[in-house]
Design a protein around this ligand. Structure first.
Ligand code: SF4
Length: 249
């Protein structure tokens, strides 16, 4: 079963996908700041409509910094107390800007019917995944993903749009409905961007699933010209000649 996270890896570099399916692991290097920030985003709903947002989020950050090792024990296993404290302090310095943006997120954090990380599976297309949130708004289902990296000037990054589309396809199969829109929450800014789920990305998601199935079958994809090799944990094993057949990827 392909996971939506495999699609995300494929979009970074198809060869990373190949090495993961061959049983190689990527180093666990999610910075603690991103983990804390993602958890804090789940608390934005308790602050967005309050007068004193900053106090609310400061208190939530205190709570989360105490609980985070219980929620992410493996990811934080090798992070010492000092490094965690620096990460908490870095996030605290962002809270004023986050609070100033939360007011402009409209009703988003007011939705009360929310499933967190629901597992969605498509038997039809052989893939599965869990969006950060699946919101029920009247008759509509709205997937939402939380991103802790940079925010684009307008709209959302292409990879975020494709990831959201993949979750939409999964939600449609499970609930027998049409998902027309979803959201990307850019945690470090407290901004939420709405995304219309379009035919183009639906088609691309299905094409990527087909390509991943070929990779699962054992073919090494061509090295993309813009592959992020400098920051890749597989660079030491990646310099393998491609076969003529693999050029079809
Ligand atoms: S070293 Fe470069 S081409 Fe190889 S898997 Fe990593 S990013 Fe992709």
């Amino acid at each position: 079963m392909i996971r939506v996270s495999d699609i995300t890896v494929y979009l970074k570099c198809p060869r990373m996908c190949y090495f993961l399916y061959k049983g190689h692991d990527l180093p666990k290097n999610a910075p603690p700041e991103r983990i804390l920030l993602k958890e804090l985003t789940l608390a934005y709903g308790s602050a967005y409509n309050k007068e004193d947002k900053l106090s609310v989020l400061n208190a939530e950050l205190d709570r989360i910094s105490n609980e985070i090792r219980v929620i992410y024990p493996e990811e934080l296993e090798e992070v010492d107390a000092d490094k965690l404290a620096v990460s908490v302090s870095n996030i605290r310095s962002r809270l004023e800007e986050i609070c100033s943006n939360l007011s402009s997120t409209g009703d988003f954090y007011g939705y009360r019917s929310v499933q967190f990380e629901p597992l969605l599976r498509s038997e039809k297309f052989g893939f599965a995944g869990s969006p950060d949130k699946l919101i029920q708004a009247g008759e509509e289902l709205l997937p939402s993903i939380i991103k802790t990296g940079n925010i684009p000037e307008n709209g959302v990054w292409r990879n975020d749009r494709l990831q959201l589309t993949a979750y939409s396809v999964l939600a449609e199969e499970k609930y027998g409905t049409v998902v027309r829109r979803g959201f990307v929450e850019y945690a470090n800014w407290g901004k939420v961007r709405e995304v219309t789920i379009k035919r183009l990305e639906r088609r691309q998601v299905l094409q990527i699933l087909d390509k991943i199935k070929k990779i699962q079958g054992g073919s090494m994809p061509e090295k993309p010209h813009n592959a992020p090799c400098m920051n890749c944990g597989f660079s030491g094993i990646c310099n393998v000649k491609t076969t003529l057949a693999s050029r079809f990827f």
